[in-house]
Design a binder for this molecule. Structure first.
Ligand code: AMP
Length: 128
């Protein structure tokens, strides 16, 4: 069984996934915003002019795990910080796209819940 099938099937968080290592400082990132519960940073392989990832620091694999296991205040803080981030990135006025890929069919590569914030240009129908 490959690692994706294993993690999604058993729903076990991989403490060594890339984003866990970014959170604990083992792997560097280009930080846009950070507080004690969230981190927003540039995607290493941008698909649009602006491509930022947002992650909670809590060890959750996907959106549903995040919203169902974390404190409401932590969940609210994560989504509320998007406003500050899109303002800082200068994409608030012209618009942007937020995506979260989940599981194998969703194309999720990193098994730590994250949102993609895409903008800086007009985005077509199929991206990420
Ligand atoms: P997903 O396919 O939704 O799991 O997206 C994972 C994203 O993480 C991809 O867009 C990658 O380009 C991005 N990524 C992988 N490693 C890094 C890294 N070290 N720093 C920033 N972004 C990364």
């Amino acid at each position: 069984m490959n690692w994706k099938k294993k993690f999604y099937k058993e729903n076990v968080y991989d403490n060594n996934n890339i984003f866990a290592q970014i959170i604990n400082g083992k792997i560097p990132c280009k930080k846009i915003y950070e507080d004690k519960d969230v981190l927003f940073f540039e995607d290493i392989n941008p698909v649009t002019k602006v491509h930022v990832l947002g992650i909670p620091k809590a060890p959750c694999i996907n959106l549903l795990e995040f919203v169902s296991t974390c404190d409401e205040s932590v969940v609210a803080n994560f989504f509320q910080k998007i406003d500050l981030v899109v303002e800082k990135l200068g994409i608030k006025e012209d618009g942007y796209r937020i995506i979260t890929n989940t599981g194998i069919n969703g194309g999720q590569e990193v098994p730590h819940f994250h949102i993609h914030i895409l903008g800086g240009e007009k985005i077509g129908a199929k991206i990420k």
